[in-house]
Design a protein around this ligand. Structure first.
Ligand SMILES: Nc1nc2c(c(=O)[nH]1)N[C@H]1C(S)=C(S)[C@@H](COP(=O)(O)OP(=O)(O)OC[C@H]3O[C@@H](n4cnc5c(=O)[nH]c(N)nc54)[C@H](O)[C@@H]3O)O[C@H]1N2
Ligand SMILES: Nc1nc2c(c(=O)[nH]1)N[C@H]1C(S)=C(S)[C@@H](COP(=O)(O)OP(=O)(O)OC[C@H]3O[C@@H](n4cnc5c(=O)[nH]c(N)nc54)[C@H](O)[C@@H]3O)O[C@H]1N2
Ligand code: SF4
Ligand SMILES: [Mo]
Length: 749
């Protein structure tokens, strides 16, 4: 442990690493004692978080030393019980099993789900070699239950992902997003407080709940759940009808704006205001604030992405910043560089059984059960799940579990015995994110974008392996690469990066097999030449080359002469590096269309705006009159990452929040219990009566209802939200679930 450490005045060692509980991955420094994370602080040297953390990072040891950790590979016996097996047996049998599936049904019948959670994408970077060698093509992960609708819109508009620059925005707009709790951009609470304190800046929040963020807002548009499309269409319509658009920007950088404006001119703003339950004057005031600002940034998240009209909402909220020209300037919205793109560009079109759209290369999570539970010849027959818990995190858990059990082969790679692992034929135990080199590809900022390669704090726990090693062993077992082909590259790597670079490009150009399994080749050849414990970083060498080729000027501005210099900087800076520095005008060059203009007209979306005039039947009914938001981010939720309930300082069971009005009507008492019933299932939760909730709206936190076993003690605190959700409630374009809008009935128990 040399390069990963810093020492303070008293001689105590602080090791650089990162929090793994949300996509921000704030830099932290930790003191370790006997394999525990004894003390945790924000890392001032981290280029993005600069010392910031939220409350969640401080007790990360509940992840590292969870009693639920796996310590040996396991195989299911014919009697259904697991038995421990050694790694050689597990690897040989798993590789052989998938080979058999590929031979019998074709590699395309092998489906891959996951590849990284909020803090770990390095393992997933290696999965592709094994999957490609088998001929597997279909994959998915949690992004296909939240971000694919937005990705579909983005692909049409400019072909890339955008991010707001909230730190400098005059007006920040949060649509179905509560960054006080869910973070998602650097130093969120600091930035929100700064905006709230500054009379020259404004915050607009669209949310039915009076969230912590909404409480700081200048304009809280408190829509009725599920009615954002009317609110957003009205906001965009005000911009057009009151001539608040940036004409110069639209002329120079956008085409199709006139068609969009024509549709928005016909929007009846008063009627839309009525439909979403927000006063017309409030909508007009918010739109005018956007219209006159020098800079506007917009963040949409699950409140619209997991609710009705979600893809339309993604389109409408992008109109707010595009019509007003808030792009390619300080405080505006930006396309950004990526170190490794999170979204695939070339999809495979449609899923084999249901014909669902594959957006950004991802099968919609909600159709996974239907792609398995059928006698269709092209159904998925086998699956690998890595770093994800779909049996708990995907809609309609009961159906997902039935599907997973139907597979001929299910292999799960995780650190813990999860709801999904329990259904597997083989469970492969991974080292934790503090026991291996790790990084994420949530690198989404502009003009400065950062990348953080973390060094391990501990050796892998006995019996576990880092995923790059697991994938390498699996590829070796397939026998697709000849050892002799790797030898020259290994020798070159020992000689240095320059030698390796030359040898690598020669080898790959002359051998198509190697290019099929590139991450494996890098791990096997460059990996051994990297510092102790850092072999897993080998794939980053390839990504660094690509990054330097894609953004040569921005990488040079960040101080890296070329791909090798960037890779070396990443290895040498355990607190993270800035890898690109952009100039604002470069935003335009990042637009992926040949003319580098935003293509604003999406005919399907314009039809959807027109269709908002028609009545849409509510999803609630007399049987299920309440809208339940199943899975809200709170102070102590972190997806399915932390299983140990002792991590939570407050609200260990994750209360059901209901409005005073509904509590009164239904006879629910604060601290009492309520039965929640939906079309999919039923559960009992503790009640919290909260003024933050609108009548008719209730909310449950995410990440609860996970079981935790400590010796013989098994606890399952709270409600698993997906015991209450259904697969068919999903967006017609992207197949994303409506978790925030589940019709439900509540009764006192
Ligand atoms: N504490 C914590 N932080 C997290 C996570 C975590 O588990 N815990 N997970 C991370 C992940 S994976 C993600 S994707 C992000 C998600 O981050 P967010 O999207 O901010 O999280 P949510 O709380 O699920 O939903 C956001 C808001 O949607 C609102 N909402 C519900 N229904 C509607 C509606 O009909 N319209 C509108 N406009 N709003 C509605 C809710 O009131 C809520 O305030 O958080 C990340 N950060
Ligand atoms: N009803 C409802 N459902 C939801 C949501 C909601 O709001 N409501 N939110 C959705 C969203 S936005 C998301 S992002 C998903 C998240 O759901 P998932 O895709 O299931 O991902 P995580 O919860 O991040 O689960 C991470 C898994 O990785 C494991 N893990 C941790 N570290 C490592 C490691 O180093 N290696 C390996 N191999 N495994 C590791 C953990 O033990 C855990 O099982 O949930 C979705 N599901
Ligand atoms: S949970 Fe997110 S915002 Fe909070 S410390 Fe961890 S990475 Fe940072
Ligand atoms: Mo997410």
């Amino acid at each position: 442990m040399t390069s990963g450490t810093a020492t303070n005045a008293t001689g105590t060692e602080w090791h650089h690493t990162a929090c793994i509980l949300c996509e921000c991955n704030c830099g932290i420094v930790v003191q370790v004692e006997n394999r525990t994370l004894a003390k945790v602080r924000g890392d001032k040297d981290h280029p993005a978080s600069r010392g910031y953390t939220c409350n969640k990072a401080l007790r990360l040891d509940h992840y590292q030393n969870s009693a639920g950790r796996l310590t040996t590979p396991m195989r299911r016996r014919p009697d259904g019980e697991f038995e421990p097996v050694d790694w050689d047996t597990a690897i040989a049998e798993v590789a052989e099993g998938f080979q058999r599936i590929a031979k019998t049904y074709g590699g395309e019948r092998i489906f891959y789900y996951g590849g990284g959670g909020q803090g770990n994408h390095l393992g997933g970077a290696y999965s592709g070699a094994f999957l490609r060698a088998l001929g597997s093509r279909y994959r998915s992960n949690a992004l296909a239950q939240e971000k694919t609708g937005e990705a579909w819109v983005d692909a049409h508009l400019y072909g890339g992902h955008t991010r707001g620059e909230f730190e400098h925005a005059e007006v920040s707009v949060f649509v179905g997003k509560n960054p006080w709790m869910s973070q998602s951009f650097p130093r969120a609470r600091v930035v929100l407080n700064e905006i709230a304190r500054d009379p020259a800046r404004s915050m607009i929040v669209i949310d039915p709940v009076l969230t912590e963020t909404a409480a700081l807002a200048d304009h809280h548009l408190r829509v009725r759940p599920g009615t954002d499309a009317w609110c957003l269409a009205a906001l965009a319509a005000v911009l057009v009808q009151e001539n608040l658009c940036d004409e110069e920007f639209l002329t120079q950088h956008v085409h199709g704006a006139d068609a969009v404006r024509e549709v928005l001119r016909d929007v009846d703003i008063a009627e839309n205001a009525r439909r979403c339950g927000v006063a017309e004057e409030q909508i007009r005031a918010a739109a005018r604030r956007i219209g006159r600002a020098t800079s506007v940034s917009v963040f949409e998240d699950l409140g619209v992405q997991q609710a009705p009209n979600s893809t339309l909402c993604s389109y409408l909220d992008k109109l707010l910043w595009i019509l007003t020209g808030n792009f390619a300037k300080p405080g505006g919205q930006h396309l950004h560089s990526t170190f490794a793109p999170l979204f695939g560009k070339s999809g495979v079109g449609r899923t084999p059984v249901t014909g669902a759209p594959v957006i950004a290369g991802l099968v919609p999570s909600n159709v996974v059960p239907e792609e398995i539970l059928t006698d269709h010849p092209d159904r998925f027959r086998a699956m690998i799940v890595e770093s994800s818990n779909p049996a708990h995190s995907v809609a309609a858990s009961a159906r997902v579990r039935a599907a997973l059990q139907e597979l001929e082969l299910l292999v799960v790679i995780d650190v813990a015995m999860t709801e999904t692992a329990r259904l597997a034929d083989y469970v492969l135990p991974a080292a934790t994110q503090f026991e291996k080199a790790e990084a994420t590809f949530f690198n989404l900022e502009f003009p400065h974008n950062t990348f953080h390669l973390r060094h391990r704090l501990f050796e892998p726990l006995q019996g576990t392996l880092p995923e790059p090693e697991i994938w390498a062993r699996l590829v070796r077992a397939l026998g697709v690469v000849d050892e002799a082909e790797l030898q020259p590259l290994r020798r070159a790597a020992e000689a240095g990066l320059a030698e390796f670079t030359a040898a690598f490009f020669t080898a790959v150009a002359s051998n198509p097999t190697l290019s099929k399994v590139l991450p494996f080749v890098l791990y096997e050849t460059l990996g051994p030449a990297l510092p102790d414990g850092m072999a897993g970083a080998a794939a980053l060498w390839g990504l660094a080359q690509k990054t330097a080729m894609t953004y040569p000027d921005a990488v040079r501005r960040a101080g890296h002469a070329d791909g090798n210099a960037l890779f070396e900087a990443i290895l040498a800076n355990p607190a993270g590096v800035t890898f690109t520095v952009h100039e604002y005008a470069e935003d335009f060059t990042l637009i992926d269309h040949p003319d580098h203009k935003i293509a604003l007209e999406i005919p399907e979306m314009l039809d959807e705006i027109r269709a908002l005039r028609n009545q849409q039947a509510p999803l609630t009914s007399s049987e299920f009159p309440i809208v339940l938001s199943a899975g809200e981010r709170r102070a102590y939720t972190a997806n399915d990452i932390i299983r140990d309930p002792a991590w939570r300082r407050r609200d260990p069971e994750g209360a059901l929040r209901v409005s005073p009005h509904d509590a009164e009507e239904l006879g629910l008492a604060d601290g009492g219990r309520a039965r929640i019933t939906t079309a999919a299932g039923t559960a009992v939760a503790r009640v919290e009566i909260s003024d933050a909730m609108l009548p008719g709206h209730a909310s449950l936190p995410n990440g609860l209802g996970l079981d935790y076993r400590d010796g013989d003690r098994v606890v399952v605190p709270g409600v698993a939200p997906n015991a209450l959700t259904s697969t068919e409630w999903r967006d017609p374009y992207a197949g994303t679930p409506w978790h925030k809008h589940v019709p439900a009935r509540l009764e006192a128990v």
